[in-house]
Design a protein around this ligand. Structure first.
Ligand code: TYM
Length: 329
């Protein structure tokens, strides 16, 4: 069975882009691969957080992931900081990653631009991400389009390590969905959908009131041309709606475009499809919130399963580097 690994940050704003670009593939992959899914709480610390905030968000995110359809009997769902091997391998990988490589990362450029305080962790973030992936001998990483650059860096770092210290890491490949890989902001369809704090009217949250979800989709920016056509460069707003509807209904956006002559019906159908996608997820979240200890216990089981794999791979890396082993270790 191929090995799959992916991660998501507990930022508290899980949106339609996360769901269509990544999480839906996680759910389908869990039945086809030996899948490890990680809530990357250490990555969330790269930008300032209040005490307690990340822990609370981690639990909430775990509930969302279970509600979306991850089955802890089938996949391994765990929290990054519960498996300390991640931090340790990240250090080893930082030492084979160049400043130049890190400087080229667009996520770093986007997140650091115009900020007074930029942490060193934000800069070395991709080395921790590489550690996440490489610790599980991963074949495939289901992600949205914005993460492809980080997966390519992971491959480069793994190759460099293997070249320097001998065959240690398996080289992973990104897997990106055909529709929904880049869900755009509903108000500014030239930028990707991201945290709601940056664009409340342009972002749909998985936990949002369903009336508000429908309203936002109906108010999505389109253009003044009457024709419904999938053309992301010339018609980004309409194309985004077609991609969303395509992703939710499992169809090609071009094919979806053929069903519509006007924007109004396209918007109503997209709104309805998204509302019906989110409704059962929200019902399951409400159920899970009644028993937070159960979610915490599931994460503990996940951490144990993850550590079994991660500890072996970390040991292999240390042995191949040739660090002095402990006398009784
Ligand atoms: P994060 O937490 O920002 O996003 C989680 C997943 O959602 C996808 N995504 C999108 N897909 C389509 N349209 C969008 N507008 C959109 N916004 C986000 C992301 O591509 C991602 O798949 N660095 C990662 C977390 C991470 C990770 C890993 C991922 C840490 N370690 C190891 C894979 C493997 C991140 O910040 O994702």
């Amino acid at each position: 069975m191929p090995r799959v690994f992916s991660g998501i940050q507990p930022t508290g704003d899980i949106h339609l882009g996360n769901l269509l670009g990544a999480l839906r593939n996680w759910v389908s992959d869990q039945h086809e691969a030996d899948s490890f899914y990680c809530i990357v709480d250490l990555h969330a610390l790269t930008v300032p957080k209040e005490p307690g905030e990340v822990g609370q968000r981690t639990l909430e995110l775990a509930q969302v992931l279970l509600a979306v359809g991850l089955d802890p009997e089938v996949c391994t769902l765990f929290v990054q900081s519960h498996v300390t091997e991640h931090s340790e391998l990240a250090w080893l990988l930082q030492c084979v990653t160049s400043m130049g490589e890190l400087r080229r990362m667009t996520q770093f450029k986007d997140k650091s631009e115009g900020k007074d305080f930029v942490s060193a962790g934000l800069f070395t973030y991709p080395a921790l991400q590489a550690a996440d992936i490489l610790l599980y001998d991963t074949d495939r990483v289901p992600v949205g389009e914005d993460q492809i650059q980080h997966i390519e860096l992971t491959r480069d770092v793994a190759e460099r390590f293997n070249h320097r210290y001998g065959e240690t890491f398996r080289l992973p490949a990104a897997s990106v969905p055909t529709a929904g890989a880049r869900v755009m902001d509903l108000q500014d369809p030239t930028r990707k959908m991201s945290k709601s704090s940056e664009s409340p009217a342009g972002t749909i949250l998985v936990t949002e009131d369903l009336g508000s979800v429908a309203k936002k989709i109906k108010r999505a920016v389109t253009d003044s041309e009457p024709e419904v056509r999938y053309d992301p460069a010339a018609k980004p707003g309409v194309s985004n709606l077609l991609s969303i509807l395509g992703a939710v209904t499992g169809r090609d956006p071009e094919e979806v475009a053929g069903d519509y002559e006007q924007y109004g019906p396209l918007k109503s159908d997209t709104a309805e499809a998204v509302v019906e996608l989110l409704r059962p997820i929200q019902e399951r979240i409400a159920e899970l919130q009644k028993d937070p200890e159960r979610t915490a216990a599931l994460l503990e089981v996940g951490a144990e399963k993850a550590r079994e794999v991660a500890s072996g791979v970390l040991e292999r890396a240390k042995r191949n580097i040739g660090l002095l082993p402990r006398a009784h270790g």
